[in-house]
Design a protein around this ligand. Sequence first.
Ligand SMILES: Cc1cc2nc3c(=O)[nH]c(=O)nc-3n(C[C@H](O)[C@H](O)[C@H](O)COP(=O)(O)OP(=O)(O)OC[C@H]3O[C@@H](n4cnc5c(N)ncnc54)[C@H](O)[C@@H]3O)c2cc1C
Length: 418
Amino acid sequence: MSDLPGDSTATSDRAVTEPADQAAFRLEARAFLTEHAEPLAAIDPWQVSGFPDDQQARSYFERGRDWQRTLATHGWAGLTWPSEFGGAGRPSWAERVFREESASFGSHAGFIGSTIAMLGPTLQVHATEAVTARFLPSLISGEVAWCQLFSEPGAGSDLAGLATRAVRDDDHWVVDGQKVWNSCAQFADWGFLLARTDPDAPKHRGITFLLVDMSSPGVEVRPLVQANGSTHFNEVFLTGVRVPADQVVGEIHGGWAPARTVLANEAAFIGRGGGVPASDRLRDLAAQHGGLDDPRIRQRLATVITRERLQGLMGQRIQAAVRDGREPPFDPGLTKVMAAATKVLTGDLAAELAGPAGMVDTDRTSTWIQAEVINRFSISIGGGTTEVQKNNLAERSLGLPREPGHDRNTPWKDVPRG
Ligand SMILES: Cc1cc2nc3c(=O)[nH]c(=O)nc-3n(C[C@H](O)[C@H](O)[C@H](O)COP(=O)(O)OP(=O)(O)OC[C@H]3O[C@@H](n4cnc5c(N)ncnc54)[C@H](O)[C@@H]3O)c2cc1C
C-alpha cells in the first residue's frame, strides 16, 4: 500500500486566481506548514519507504503518527469531516488546497494516512452514529492506529470466500481464524476485520465487519520477513478473541458493503499517488546520464509526467465525491490500474537510464531505482490485483458479462475449499 503524501500538481501562486476564501485558506495553510512541516529540501529525494529492520519501520510509522497528531492539534486533520466527529468541518475544496500546499513539504502521515482514507469514509457511510462518534475522532487525530485485517491464506482476490469465523456469545462475538499480509499490524492499536458470521448464507451475504482491539487476549501478530529483510506484512492469528457486539460496522452479516467502501477508497488512495513524483527523479537520472537531449527519452518522460498529473486529478475527483457523499465519478480501481502501469514505465526508464550499475550498486540512487523496479509488483497486488480490478471495471463500468461464479449463490459452508 502506497503511503506517501502530497500532490505533484502543486504550485505556489494559485492564490492569485482563486476565490477569496480559498486564497485566504491557502495562505493560512502555507503559514501552518512553514512553521510545522519539514521542508521538501530537507528530505532525501532518493528515500525509499521499505526498511531493512523493524526498528526503522516502527520509527517511520511513528513519525507519520506524530505528523497526524500535529495536524490534529492545530485543526488541520480531517479537514472536510464533521466537527462533531473530530474533523475541521471545512468545505470540500479545503482538502485539495491543503494537498497542493503540502506538496512543497516533506511531512506526511505515512501508513496512518492510508488507514484514515480507508476507514474514515467507511465509518461515516456505514457505522451507527455511536460507533462513528467513538472511533472517528481518534482515527483522525492519529491517537489510534489501525490495520486492515481482510486477506487470508485462502482468501485474497476471492475475499468474500474468507473463513475466519465469528460466533455470537451473548453480547460478544468470538473470533477464530487467520489473516495474512496485514500491513503494519505489528504497530497498530486496532484492526478492522471481516469475519464469517453466517456460513449458511452465500459467501457475500454472511460476513460481518468488526472493529477489534489488537491488544485483546487471543490476538497474535507475527511479522513476515521479506527477502530484503523488511517486515511490512504480518500474519495475524485470532484465537477465541472476544469482540464486544457494539463494535460492528454496517449490518450483521452485511459486512460486504462496508468492505467494498474500504476497498474502493484503498484503490483511490493507492492510485492517486503522491509524494515526490517519480518523474522528478527520472529527470535527474536523465540529466546525469545524458538522456535529456534524446527525443525518445524525452517522450517517455513526458508520458510519465502526463500520467502522474492525470492520476492526481482523477484522485482529486474521487475524493471530492467521497467528501460530498456522492458516488465516485468513475470506478476508483481505474486509478489504481493506471498507477500500476505507470510504475512499470518509471521502473523501466530508471533502470535503462542508469544501466546495469543501477541494479547492483548500493548507493541511494541505485537503491531507489531498484525499489522503483520491484515495487511494480506490490502496487499491482495490494488493494486488489490488477487482474481483479480489470474484471471489476469490465463488469461494473463497461457492463460486460459477469465472470462465471459457480459459488455465488451456494451457501458458503457447501463451497469446496482447499
Ligand atoms: C503491498 C501490499 C499490502 C497489502 N496490505 C494488506 C493489508 O493491510 N491487509 C490485508 O488484509 N491484505 C493486504 N494485502 C493483501 C492483498 O489484498 C492480496 O495480496 C491481494 O488481494 C491478492 O490476494 P492473494 O495474494 O491471495 O493472491 P490470489 O488471490 O491468490 O491471486 C493470485 C493471482 O491470481 C490472479 N487472479 C485471482 N483471481 C483472479 C480472477 N478472478 N481473474 C483473473 N486473475 C485472477 C491474481 O490477479 C494474482 O495474479 C496487501 C498486499 C500487498 C502486495
